[in-house]
Design a protein around this ligand. Sequence first.
Ligand SMILES: [Zn+2]
Length: 69
Amino acid sequence: MQRKQFGLGDIVEMKKPHPCGTNAWKVIRMGMDIRMKCTGCGHSVLLPRARFEQRLKRVLSSAGDSAES
Ligand SMILES: [Zn+2]
């Protein structure tokens, strides 16, 4: 299995959408814990990195990846 790549500022989709109906989260802090913010209602949550990776479905848009053509 390929490890999912994500970085600061990326917009990611999770396996479960937020109760507000939006399923697009912006990664606003990277570290041992990942802080992400719902792009719909602005609510932010802090998840341990392992938990975040379990819940991550896919990366919708990558902020810092300029190498990709
Ligand atoms: Zn929300």
